[in-house]
Design a protein around this ligand. Structure first.
Ligand code: F6P
Length: 324
C-alpha cells in the first residue's frame, strides 16, 4: 500500500482524535501518504478529502469530537453511492482505508471492501456504546461513562436534598454497557437494560422496599435501548407510589462530548498504530481491538455479531445485590 485514507463515521466518540493522530503519524513514519476524508463516507462520495501531514494532527489529543467530522451517510448504502466513493478513492490513489466508528460504519466498510477488494479496509472500534465483538472496550466508552457518572453524582445531590426518585436515561441504542457501569458506579437502585427484561412490578416493589428501608433518594438508570422507555417506566411507577416525588432526566448528547480520558487517549493511539501496521502487513476486512490488554484483530463480520456481545456476568449479578 502507498496511500491510506482515514475517516470517522457514525456517532462521534472521545478518543477518535488521538486515533486519527496515531494513524497519520504511523503512516508517515512508514513512508505512506495519508488522506483525511471529511464527514465519513459522505466525504468519499462528495470528494471532500485533503492530504494530511505531521502538523495536521498537532494538538488534538485532548479534543473531543473528531477533527475529520462525521456523518451517518445514507447514499453510501446504495450501489451507486459506493461506486462514486470507489472512483473518488481510486482517483486520489487511495489503496487502503482506516474507518473509525461503530456497527453502521463497519457494515458499510465490509460491503465496500467485498465489492472493491483492491482497497484494503481496517476498522477501529469507535463508539461510546461499547457494543462490538472483538474489543473489550471501544473508543469513547470510558470517557462517556465518566461523564455520565459525574452527571449522576450531581443529580444524586439534589435527589437526596429533596428526597426524590430520579429516572435517568443514558445513551446506548442497543446496548446497556454505559447504563450498567454508571449504575454500579453511582449506586443506582435499579438499572434497566436492553439485554435484560425488568418487570415493572418488581421495580415498584424494590423502590417501595427502599423507601421503607429509609432510603432518602433513589436513582433508576434506564438505557436508551430499554424496551420500556424512561417516560413509560416513570409514569407506571408514579401511579403505584404516590408518595414519591419523581423526576426524569435525559442526559442526551452531553455524553458524547468532552476531552478524552487517559484510557481513551491511549486506546486511540494503540488502535490507530495497530490499524496502520495491520494494513502494511497486508490485512483487510478486519477490526483491531483490545482483548486482555493485547491488540488483536477480528474479522469485521465477526465484530458485528451482536449475539456474541455480552455484558459482564459479575456486573449483572452484583447490580441487584449491591443496591439494597
Ligand atoms: O451510537 C452512539 C450513539 O450515541 C447511541 O448511543 C445513540 O443512540 C445514537 O448514537 C444517537 O445518534 P445521533 O447522534 O445520530 O442522534
Amino acid at each position: 500500500i502507498s496511500k491510506i485514507g482515514v475517516l470517522t463515521s457514525g456517532g462521534d466518540a472521545p478518543g477518535m482524535n488521538p486515533c486519527i493522530r496515531a494513524v497519520v503519524r504511523t503512516a508517515l513514519y512508514n513512508g505512506l501518504e495519508v488522506v483525511g476524508i471529511r464527514q465519513g463516507y459522505k466525504g468519499l462520495i462528495d470528494n471532500d478529502m485533503y492530504e494530511m501531514n505531521k502538523r495536521s494532527v498537532s494538538n488534538i489529543l485532548n479534543l473531543g469530537g473528531t477533527i475529520l467530522k462525521t456523518a451517518r451517510c445514507l447514499p453510501f448504502k446504495t450501489d451507486e453511492g459506493m461506486e462514486i466513493a470507489y472512483q473518488n478513492a481510486k482517483e486520489r490513489g487511495i489503496d487502503a482505508l482506516v474507518v473509525i466508528g461503530g456497527d453502521g460504519t463497519f457494515t458499510g466498510a465490509l460491503r465496500f471492501s467485498r465489492k472493491y477488494p483492491d482497497i484494503a479496509v481496517m476498522g477501529v472500534p469507535g463508539t461510546i456504546d461499547n457494543d462490538l465483538c472483538g474489543s473489550t472496550y471501544t473508543l469513547g466508552f470510558d470517557t462517556a461513562t465518566n461523564t455520565v457518572i459525574e452527571a449522576i453524582d450531581k443529580i444524586r445531590d439534589t435527589a437526596d436534598a429533596h428526597d426524590r426518585l430520579f429516572f435517568i436515561e443514558v445513551m446506548g441504542r442497543d446496548s446497556g454497557a454505559i447504563a450498567l457501569r454508571a449504575g454500579i458506579s453511582c449506586g443506582a437502585e435499579a438499572i434497566l437494560l436492553p439485554e435484560r427484561t425488568t418487570a415493572i412490578d418488581d421495580l415498584i416493589q424494590n423502590l417501595k422496599e427502599g423507601h421503607m428501608n429509609k432510603k432518602s433518594s433513589s436513582i433508576v438508570i434506564v438505557a436508551e435501548g430499554d424496551k420500556n422507555g424512561v417516560w413509560d417506566v416513570a409514569k407506571a411507577v408514579q401511579q403505584e407510589v404516590k408518595n414519591y416525588d419523581i423526576k426524569v432526566t435525559i442526559l442526551g448528547h452531553l455524553q458524547r462530548g468532552g476531552s478524552p480520558s487517559s484510557f481513551d487517549r491511549i486506546l486511540g493511539s494503540r488502535l490507530g498504530f495497530a490499524a496502520v501496521n495491520a494494513l502494511i502487513a497486508g490485512e483487510s476486512q478486519k477490526m483491531v481491538g483490545l482483548q486482555a490488554n493485547q491488540i488483536l484483530m477480528t474479522d469485521l463480520e465477526q465484530a458485528l455479531n451482536h449475539h456474541e456481545f455480552k455484558l459482564e456476568d459479575d456486573l449483572l449479578q452484583m447490580m441487584d445485590i449491591l443496591s439494597i
